[in-house]
Design a protein around this ligand. Structure first.
Ligand code: NAP
Length: 279
C-alpha cells in the first residue's frame, strides 16, 4: 500500500515541502505520497492521534506546531528536546518519534562554505525557534564560541543560560552585537526581518563584518535579503536560506526512508518553485 507522509501547520498552503518530497518519491520509484494538512492548534492532539491510527509513515511539522506537538508524541530525541521543537516525526514500529532537522540541516548547508568549526567564532541574530535549533546544533559541533543577540535581550540571555556547554557563549543586545561584528567568522541572521514584502529591512547592518566571514540569512524569500546584499558588498561570503531548507528536508527524507536524497536536485526544484537563482 502507498505510504503516507504529511506536513502539518497553519497556514500550510505556501509549503514547498510537498513538491520537494513528491518529486523524490517519484525519482526513487518509492510507493509513497506526501500531502499538506492545515491543522488548527486546538485540533493538534486529535490530528496526531488520527495520523497514528492510520499508520502515517512520517510527518514534517511547521509553524505554529513545532513545540506544541511534543506532548502528543511517543518519544523525542535528545537534540529536539534541548531545542524544544520538532520538525520531523518518524513512525518507528507504530510509535511516533520526534526529531529536529532544522539545526543539523543548517549545519550541513554551511559545510558548502566552511570545512571545520574549529576556532570559529559564531554570532546568531535572533532568539526564536529557528535560532534555538541552530544554537544548540552549533554547541554540539565544537566552534570556539557561539554568541546570541536579540531585540529582546532577555530572550537571548535565557537561551544562553539554558545551555550546558563548555563552548564560550554570551548574550548581547542588537546594538552591542553591531559593534562586535568584526570578531565573528560566521554570522547567522535568523529573524524574519527582511522577508518579503519588507525587503528593505534588516535587524542590524552588517557593514563592519570581517572580510571573508560567512554571513548567512535563513530567509529565502527574497533570495538576496538586504542583510546579505550589505554583507556581500563589505567582503563577506554569503548564503541564503535555501540550503538550510533543502538540507532539513533531505535529513528528514533520510530518517523516513534510509536514503540520503540528491540534494542538488532538491535545490534546483525549490529554486524553480521560487522562480529565482541562488545568491
Ligand atoms: P520566531 O520564533 O517567531 O522568532 C522571531 C525572531 O525574530 C525573534 O528573535 C524576534 O525577536 C525577532 N524579531 C521579530 N521582529 C523583529 C524586529 N522588528 N526587529 C528585530 N527582531 C525581530 O520565528 P522563527 O520560527 O525562528 O522563524 C524566523 C525566520 O526563519 C522566518 O523568516 C522563517 O521563515 C525562517 N526559517 C527558515 C528556515 C529555513 O529552512 N531556511 C527554517 C525555519 C525558519 P524578539 O524575541 O525580540 O521578538
Amino acid at each position: 500500500m502507498k505510504k503516507l507522509f504529511a506536513v502539518i501547520g497553519d497556514p500550510i498552503g505556501h509549503s514547498m515541502s510537498p513538491f520537494m518530497h513528491n518529486d523524490l518519491f517519484s525519482f526513487y520509484k518509492m510507493d509513497a505520497y506526501y500531502h499538506p494538512f492545515q491543522v488548527k492548534l486546538e485540533n493538534l492532539e486529535a490530528a496526531v492521534k488520527g495520523f497514528k491510527a492510520i499508520d502515517v509513515a512520517g510527518l514534517n511539522v511547521t509553524v505554529p506546531h513545532k513545540s506544541s506537538i511534543i506532548p502528543f508524541l511517543d518519544g523525542i530525541d535528545e537534540l529536539a528536546r534541548e531545542i524544544g521543537a520538532v520538525n520531523t516525526v518518524v513512525n518507528e514500529d507504530g510509535k511516533l518519534v520526534g526529531y529536529n532537522t532544522d539545526g543539523p540541516g543548517f549545519l550541513e548547508g554551511i559545510k558548502l562554505y566552511v570545512s571545520s568549526l574549529n576556532n570559529k567564532n559564531v554570532l546568531i541574530i535572533g532568539a526564536g525557534g529557528a535560532a534555538r535549533a541552530i544554537y544548540f546544533t552549533f554547541l554540539k559541533n565544537g566552534p570556539e564560541s557561539v554568541d546570541v543577540c536579540n531585540r529582546t535581550f532577555e530572550k537571548a540571555q535565557k537561551l544562553v543560560e539554558e545551555s550546558r556547554t563548555s563552548v564560550s557563549t554570551k548574550a548581547f543586545s542588537l546594538e552591542e552585537a553591531s559593534q562586535r561584528l568584526p570578531e565573528y567568522d560566521i554570522i547567522v541572521q535568523t529573524t524574519a526581518i527582511g522577508m518579503y514584502p519588507n525587503v528593505f529591512d534588516q535587524p542590524l547592518s552588517p557593514s563592519n563584518v570581517k572580510k571573508d566571514a560567512l554571513v548567512c540569512d535563513i530567509i529565502y524569500n527574497p533570495l538576496d535579503t538586504k542583510f546579505l546584499i550589505v554583507a556581500k558588498k563589505n567582503g563577506a561570503k554569503v548564503q541564503n536560506g535555501i540550503d538550510m531548507f533543502v538540507y532539513q528536508g533531505a535529513l528528514a527524507f533520510e530518517k523516513w526512508t534510509g536514503q540520503l536524497p540528491d540534494v542538488e536536485r532538491m535545490k534546483q526544484n525549490v529554486l524553480k518553485q521560487l522562480g529565482g537563482t541562488k545568491c
